[in-house]
Design a protein around this ligand. Sequence first.
Ligand code: KG4
Ligand code: ZN
Length: 337
Amino acid sequence: MRILGIETSCDETAAAVVEDGVRVLSSAVSTQHELHRRFGGVVPEIACRAHIEHVLPVVATAVEQSGGGLAELDGVAVTTTPGLIGALLIGVTAAKALSWALELPLLAANHLHEHIYAAWLADRTPSLPAVSLVVSGGHTSLFLTEGPLEHLLLGGTVDDAAGEAFDKVANILRLPYPGGPAIDRAAAGGNPRAVDFPRSWLGPDSDDFSFSGLKTAVLYHCLGTNPTREDIESASYGPQFVADVAASFQEAVVDVLAGKAMRAVERHGAASLIVGGGVAANSRLRERFEREAAERGVELHLAPRALCTDNAAMTAGLGCHLLLAGRAASLDVEAVP
Ligand code: KG4
Ligand code: ZN
């Protein structure tokens, strides 16, 4: 069974072909980082225009690289929620048009479930039930996962998402957008214990997350308690200062993510732990989760690094399960932000 996936929820225009839910035959991603960089974040209007320009060429590339044609496809999967509404609409409209013209089932995928499904595209299938942690630019969410399509929300962020905190702290440190990879690189030369930033646990039993206080603590550490926008934009720091702050900030985020995820595994008696989303590409996060999982005997499934950030292989893979479950969408399915 071959599914074409289309993903345009944020700032990557992506298409992929996946066979039988797990074999990635092709995965094409056109990233818009260059377009958004000078604004320090994603500008929705610019994202939409770029999706319109790129969606059909990216689909054509994915189909061509799959080694088959449109005639070999069994369904068209697309991210319908959540994301930037204008951006989602481009992918959803393209998928509807293809589904109608090719007379193929349309499969509506949830982006958070896609990030979890990325773990299925690695070598081993996760044992279930699993605790799933999605750490992306828009979300920090813990789920109890009973299957590729069954996820019960345990908790989420009460303010900034983990990726958003990386992007904002990178901005404070005058590192380029996207901030996550820039902090990851800068932190490599820093001391994670240089600054004791706060860890927000939100009480001993909470499965929720908060990163806004940590971001403010970084700002105060760099510029004092009352900086203006000009102070932030004109600041310049030495490379070792940046490396130490980046490493200490990253350590604080990873401490909380690992602590809460491991605790949820224990509390729910889960058979494994799944981690996906853009921040799951972070080197320190991967190191820490691998070490702690090994120490505690937890079966860990990190999404493959290349499939942590937005891609359509996870969309197509999840689409296969939607089709097998008889859950095709109708052509009037809506994009929901
Ligand atoms: O999953 P994703 O591609 O998009 C959303 O669904 O939001 O995640 C993007 C986020 C951005 O905030 C980016 O800075 C972060 O993931 N990110 C990272 C790394 N690579 C991407 N954060 C930390 N370390 C990384 N290596
Ligand atoms: Zn995403």
